[in-house]
Design a protein around this ligand. Structure first.
Ligand code: AMP
Length: 289
């Protein structure tokens, strides 16, 4: 496995691979890798001749007062995980490499970035779209693999790639969960043991709303209230948003159907966690369903 720290090295490698007729599949991450990331790496290996994983904690997608400084980082551990899982190239650019002095170009995706995480984290998706566009130009992938865990991010990237004719195939992969239902996330490392228990209210809220949906209830307020009721039972939890939206456009819906996504963001203490589920999809986890 090669590890490249500079844009020039990465770009040269990709140009050479493409000239040799090899397809490149790409997994962009912020590191502190877990099984969720590994599921994307497996899919990338299945799809391409060369598997590239980037690790970059992107400063432009963090707002003032957010956790950019404290975001967990462990390159040694990430390198081991990448090696063990057959990654060909780890791309680890520094912030000055990605945003050198004088940098002033940003990608703005419009409507689809306004609700949900876009509303509570202004500027977040501008940072995400910009860094992903830059990474695509550097890595030159044929396909890129993203997790449905960050549901809105995936929708924003699909929109950007379509709108700007980027010619990269975008692949979405299901959320990987802990055995008790908590969606895996690098940010779970922030949780104290008590908070870790409280954090189960996210997947429980989704499971409860799904159960109500399966019983035939199609009312958006009723499904939303069911999720809110479960989260409300958890004193450590503060709701950022709980919403039902069209799974593709993320527009508001009048009634729920199989293509509706239930998306939520909840603070457990100081840690903001997100989770989601398409209503027409299978079980949340073995234990709650
Ligand atoms: P991050 O390092 O958190 O920016 O995530 C990098 C990629 O991994 C994104 O496409 C995420 O959606 C995906 N990802 C993160 N957590 C999970 C998970 N639990 N299951 C599946 N994909 C995930």
């Amino acid at each position: 496995m090669d590890t490249f720290f500079s844009v020039a090295e990465m770009s040269r490698f990709s140009s050479r691979s493409r000239k040799e007729g090899k397809s490149i599949s790409f997994v962009p991450t912020m590191g502190f890798l877990h099984e969720g990331h590994v599921s994307l790496i497996r899919e990338a290996r299945r799809r391409g001749d060369v598997c590239v994983v980037s690790i970059f904690v992107n400063p432009t997608q963090f707002g003032v007062g957010e956790d950019f400084q404290s975001y967990p980082r462990d390159l040694e551990r990430d390198t081991e995980i990448a090696l063990k899982n057959g990654v060909d190239v780890l791309f680890v650019p520094g912030a000055a490499e990605m945003y050198p002095k004088g940098y002033q170009t940003y990608v703005n995706v419009e409507e689809i970035t306004l609700p949900l995480c876009g509303a509570s984290r202004p500027g977040h998706f501008r940072g995400v779209a910009t860094v992903v566009a830059k990474l695509f130009n550097i890595v030159k992938p044929d396909s890129a693999i993203f997790g449905e865990k960050d549901y809105q991010q995936l929708a924003v990237i699909r929109r950007m790639v379509g709108d700007l004719n980027m010619g990269v195939e975008i692949v979405g992969m299901p959320i990987v969960r802990e055995p008790d239902g908590l969606a895996m996330s690098s940010r779970n490392a922030y949780l104290s043991p008590a908070e870790r228990k409280s954090a189960l209210c996210l997947s429980r809220a989704i499971a409860a709303a799904i159960e109500l949906y399966r019983s035939g209830n199609r009312s958006v307020p009723a499904l939303r209230n069911e999720a809110l009721r479960i989260i409300g039972e958890e004193p450590a939890a503060r709701v950022d948003y709980v919403e039902l939206r069209d799974g593709e456009s993320l527009a508001e819906v009048d009634t729920a159907d199989d293509g509706t996504v239930l998306a939520l963001a909840v603070r457990i203490g100081a840690t903001r966690l997100i989770d989601n589920r398409m209503l027409g999809r299978g079980v949340v986890c073995r234990e709650t369903c």
